[in-house]
Design a binder for this molecule. Structure first.
Ligand code: PLP
Length: 394
């Protein structure tokens, strides 16, 4: 018999916060001359780059496109090898697959739930012996907690691969005293989907310190077209002349989306502080329950896109706890079904048991509601329903 249908979610696991200033910024664009290819996208890029201590920021339609273009700009194509974390959203792996690369995964650190450095070092040692070293590593800052990029950079320099960080969860995070994206990775991608830390509705950004990489990304997001007279390769530099120099796409962000993102970015410090306060409050209220709270590391600050706990082995089954919260209208979620367990990836040779730490995390994971504007009373209700569900089964 099918399980009874769950009632609608009244308290989602995440949602956007849109202010009157955000609305006014979007409306101002709608009244202006340019809905696309105006001055707001460059202004958003400049502000985002400045906030992240990085020289270049390139805005695109979403983070999936950002990952795809960054892979292309980093030379990924057929015959190249790309490794990523199985504990991520599908896009982290799909982006490399779009390019025709051979994708593999590196199991996670059970504490941080990020791609694990010991597992990476082992896999690299084996790959070095077999001549199958990766060309690119895509670590993911799961839940907004930065991955161990310093150690990954040391391995990258030793073995000659590049690093594309998927910071889709991590806008506002910091690592070793600098904003995520400023150092360590060759390029870093952010998502502005409505459930993420700041939003454009849909939107993505690639940041990099490398001017040539930034130029490639700008070409690729707009048909491969170059308009700068001094960069034309063959056609005469007349005022109307443009040149297609690569097989690009149309993955531009609109001016309305950029206006929303730029306005949201002004509130990032306040929204980040709100997320941190909510995480602290959950930590305190969940003390003593049969679950592991999210990891905290002294040398990095989490963006708290997610507040994801792991139920203890002796707690009631995760499916029951999930349903109890959903029956109360609380939109808990599970991040993530390991990518390699998806049918499309199994058809490419992956199987259960390949990445046991990611599979063990998935079996016990539960993400609780956390978003700017979530009230203390709402958090208390989540904790009360969760406590009842955890106690009823014992
Ligand atoms: C959301 C997300 C993406 C994709 O972002 P979009 O902007 O929705 O394309 C990629 N990677 C991770 C880890 C994500 O959470």
């Amino acid at each position: 018999m099918a399980a009874p249908a769950l009632p609608p979610v009244t308290l989602p696991y995440s949602r956007q916060q849109v202010s009157e200033d955000d609305i006014a910024a979007v409306v101002a664009v709608l009244r202006s001359d340019f809905l696309t290819q105006g001055a707001v996208v460059p202004a958003f890029e400049a502000a985002f780059a400045q906030a992240h201590g990085v020289a270049h920021a390139v805005a695109v339609t979403n983070a999936t496109a950002a990952l795809h273009l960054a892979c292309l700009a980093l030379g990924i194509g057929p015959g190249r090898r790309v490794w990523t974390s199985p504990n991520s959203f599908l896009a982290s792996a799909n982006a490399a697959a779009y390019c025709g690369a051979t994708v593999d995964f590196v199991d996670i650190d059970p504490h941080t739930r990020n791609l694990g450095v010991p597992a990476l070092a082992d896999k690299l040692a084996r790959a070095a012996r077999e001549g199958t070293l990766p060309d690119l590593l895509i670590p993911v800052h799961f839940a907004g907690l930065p991955a161990d990029l310093r150690e990954m950079r040391a391995l990258a320099d030793r073995h000659g691969f590049r690093i594309l960080a998927d910071a889709s969860h991590a806008t506002g995070a910091d690592y070793l005293g600098a904003p995520v994206g400023a150092e360590w990775a060759d390029a870093t991608v952010f998502s502005f989907h409505a459930v993420k830390v700041i939003t454009c509705g849909e939107g993505g950004m690639v940041v990099t310190q490398d001017p040539e990489l930034a130029r490639q990304l700008r070409l690729l997001r707009s048909h491969g077209v170059e308009r700068e007279p001094q960069r034309l390769q063959q056609l005469p530099a007349e005022p109307w002349v443009y040149e297609q120099q690569a097989l690009g796409h149309n993955l531009r962000l609109t001016e309305m989306q950029a206006a929303l993102g730029l306005s949201q970015l002004q509130r990032l410090p306040a929204m980040h502080a709100d997320r941190c306060a909510q995480a602290d409050r959950y930590d305190a209220r969940l003390d003593g329950l049969p679950l592991r709270r999210p990891p905290r590391l002294a040398d990095r600050g989490c963006a708290w896109h997610l507040y994801a706990v792991a139920l203890d082995a002796d707690a009631p089954p995760r499916a029951e706890v999930y349903r109890a919260l959903r029956r109360a209208g609380i939109g808990v979620n599970v991040h993530y079904i390991p990518i390699h367990l998806q049918p499309w990836w199994r058809a490419r040779g992956f199987a259960p048991g390949d990445f046991p730490a990611a599979e063990a995390w998935y079996a016990q994971a539960l993400s609780l509601p956390l978003f700017p504007g979530l009230t203390a009373a709402q958090q208390d209700r989540v904790v009360d329903v969760l406590r009842t569900a955890l106690e009823s089964g014992r």
